[in-house]
Design a protein around this ligand. Structure first.
Ligand code: PMP
Length: 287
C-alpha cells in the first residue's frame, strides 16, 4: 500500500486519507479522473493524459483545482514520496464540497483534488498467454468520451466478466457492435490483416494508449481502420487485444468462450506490445 496520498494540498497517510461526506464526487459522481502509467520511474504519456483531464473538466465545467504546473509537481512529489517505479498515478478532480443539490453550487466552491499511487509488478514485454473477454450490453450514457468517476455500468460489466472467469468485459451496443472494454479499448486484426478499432466519438473513451498505439502501428506500416466492428466479426478475427494505461497491449484469445484464431497470442499483438513497452521505457525519468 502506498504511504502517502495527496488530498487538497496535503500529503497525508494513505490509510487515513479522507474527503468530506458532502464532496460531490461521493454524493453525485460529479467528477473526473485520470490514470497515468509509470514504468521504470517514468511517466507514460503524461501530457496527453493531462490534456484529456483538461478536456473532461471543460466538458463538465469544473475549474482546474491547481495550475497544470502544480499538478505536474504534485505527481512527481507523490511518486518520490511513495518510491513509485512501476504502477500508476491516479488523479481525481471533483466539483468540490457543497450542500447536496443536483444543480451546480451557486456559491463558488473549490474543486477537490486527490492523487494516489499504486505499485505494480513491472509489465513484461512478453504478453503471456492472453486473456478471455465476455460480452455485456453497453448500458452507459451518451458521453462516454468524458472520463468521469461515474463508472457503475463499467463496474457491473467487469464483475459479470470476472464471475464468468473472463478478465475483461466487451461492451456491445444495440447493433451488436463492440464499443470498448469496461476499462480498456478494444481492437481486432481482421483476416486481411487490417487493424480495426472503433472511431473515437461519444461512444467510447479516447484511450491515450489507443492513440499512442495508432502512431506506433503506423510506423510499422500496419493498416489501421477506425470503424465499429461487431462481436461476430471479432470472433472470426485473426487476433484481438485490448489497450489501456495499466494493461498496455493485452492479447485476447477467447471471446464468450470461443477461441480467437488458433487460441494463441498472435504476431501483431505481440509486436505491438513490444513496441509499446519500448515507447513506455523512453519517457522522462522521475524516480
Ligand atoms: N475505455 C475505458 C472505459 C477506460 O476506463 C479506459 C481506461 N481508463 C480506457 C478505455 C483506456 O484508456 P487509456 O489508454 O487512456 O488508459
Amino acid at each position: 500500500m502506498a504511504r502517502y496520498a495527496y488530498v487538497n494540498g496535503r500529503y497525508v497517510d494513505h490509510r487515513t486519507a479522507s474527503v468530506h461526506i458532502e464532496d460531490r464526487g461521493y454524493q453525485l459522481a460529479d467528477g473526473v479522473y485520470e490514470v497515468v502509467g509509470v514504468r521504470e520511474g517514468r511517466l507514460i504519456d503524461e501530457q496527453p493524459h493531462i490534456d484529456r483531464l483538461d478536456r473532461s473538466l471543460r466538458e463538465l465545467r469544473i475549474a482546474w483545482p491547481v495550475s497544470r504546473a502544480t499538478l505536474g509537481f504534485v505527481i512527481r512529489e507523490l511518486m518520490r514520496r511513495n518510491r513509485l517505479t512501476d504502477g500508476l498515478v491516479y488523479i481525481q478532480v471533483t466539483r468540490g464540497v457543497a450542500r447536496r443539490d443536483h444543480a451546480f453550487p451557486t456559491k463558488p466552491v473549490k474543486p477537490a483534488l486527490v492523487l494516489t499511487t499504486k505499485n505494480a509488478k513491472r509489465a513484461e514485454a512478453e504478453p503471456g498467454p492472453g486473456v478471455a473477454v465476455k460480452s455485456h450490453p453497453d448500458i452507459r450514457w451518451e458521453r462516454c468520451d468524458i472520463k468521469t468517476v461515474a463508472l457503475l455500468p463499467n463496474v457491473l460489466a467487469k464483475q459479470a466478466a470476472r464471475e464468468s472467469g473472463a478478465y475483461e468485459a466487451w461492451l456491445v451496443d444495440g447493433q451488436g457492435r463492440v464499443t470498448e472494454g469496461a476499462s480498456t479499448n478494444a481492437w481486432i486484426v481482421t483476416q486481411d490483416n487490417e487493424l480495426v478499432t472503433r472511431q473515437s466519438d461519444n461512444g467510447i473513451l479516447a484511450g491515450i494508449t489507443r492513440g499512442t498505439l495508432k502512431s506506433l502501428a503506423k510506423d510499422l506500416q500496419l493498416k489501421i481502420v477506425e470503424r465499429p466492428f461487431t462481436l461476430a466479426e471479432a470472433k472470426q478475427a485473426k487476433e484481438a487485444f485490448v489497450t489501456s494505461a495499466t494493461s498496455f497491449v493485452l492479447p485476447v484469445v477467447k471471446i464468450d468462450g470461443e477461441t480467437v484464431g488458433d487460441g494463441n497470442v498472435g504476431p501483431t499483438a505481440r509486436r505491438l506490445r513490444e513496441e509499446y513497452v519500448r515507447f513506455a521505457s523512453a519517457g522522462e525519468q522521475v524516480t
